[in-house]
Design a protein around this ligand. Structure first.
Ligand code: GLN
Length: 273
């Protein structure tokens, strides 16, 4: 348990903010506020040194080129490495996840070094690009309720022995081998946008408990209803497209045609916690 305010760092939102993942930081802060635990949002704008003294670091998704820039800066600065060495927790989404591994593809297709904070590499590309809803059954060792989100990526990720996946993909693609995401120590990577912590508050509380100790339970009845709706909708879509069960349940065009329900939209306006 820490005595001072829990500091949540949002890293380079200008670069890694394409998919509404800033909402993850807001969820962490709000769940602390609901428990009367002092908390502070520390935005780390692109071009300024990243803070090394925060408790939780959040990296969102982004396009290939900003992703490469963010990785290069974080490697050069070393702030995130120092924070992790000091016990900080990290959540990386999609581009943020790929950056945390040993290597990933740059915008030119060349392999770029990652931070090496997760034992994984993103060395394959899916074609066509993977876009759609994703459902994940967490690994028993991870002990979380089912996870839902949406994915939008080309890179596919292979885990090394130093990381375990978050879980097994029920609908969607995730890492590309039937698994999704990675955890190593207090570092978590996932392809799930949503924002993932708005859709899956138990994952938010897992990150918070690592830095703030035991947490009082919250009334998540409203988000539980939304989670149920998502699971039913995505499972029904997957059943309608059985030959695509291991792929995104519906492609980008179908995705748009369905005039995405509010929780799908990668926008902060849909943040409902
Ligand atoms: N640029 C990466 C990819 O396409 C990450 C995309 C994202 O963050 N959504 O794989």
């Amino acid at each position: 348990m820490i005595d001072s305010a829990v500091r949540v760092a949002l890293l380079y939102p200008e670069l890694l903010g394409t998919y509404g993942d800033r909402g993850n930081a807001r969820v962490l802060l709000q769940r602390l506020a609901w428990r009367d635990i002092p908390a502070e949002l520390v935005e780390a704008p692109w071009g300024e040194p990243a803070p090394a003294s925060c408790d939780i670091y959040v990296l969102g998704g982004g396009e290939d080129s900003p992703q490469a820039s963010a990785a290069a800066a974080l490697i050069a600065e070393g702030a995130l490495h120092r924070a992790v060495d000091g016990g900080a927790a990290v959540l990386g989404i999609c581009a943020g996840f790929q950056i945390l591994g040993h290597s990933f593809f740059g915008p030119d297709g060349a392999v770029r070094p990652g931070l090496g904070l997760l034992d994984c590499t993103t060395a394959r590309r899916a074609s066509p690009r993977i876009v759609g809803e994703i459902l994940v059954e967490p690994d028993p060792a991870v002990a979380l309720p089912a996870l839902s989100g949406y994915e939008n990526h080309a890179g596919l990720t292979d885990l090394g022995p130093g990381a375990i996946p978050l879980g097994r993909v029920d609908v969607g693609v995730g890492n590309g081998d039937g698994t999704e995401g990675a955890i190593g120590g207090r570092v978590v990577g996932t392809y799930l946008h949503g924002p993932v912590l708005a859709r899956n508050p138990a994952l938010a509380d897992r990150l918070l408990s690592w830095v703030a100790g035991d947490l009082e339970p919250l009334d998540d009845a409203e988000v539980d209803d939304l989670r149920k709706e998502r699971r039913q909708f995505v499972s029904a879509e997957a059943a309608r497209w059985p030959n695509r069960k291991r792929e995104a349940p519906f492609g980008w065009r179908g995705y748009r045609r369905r005039r995405m329900s509010s929780i799908d939209r990668p926008s902060e306006a849909n943040f409902s916690v």
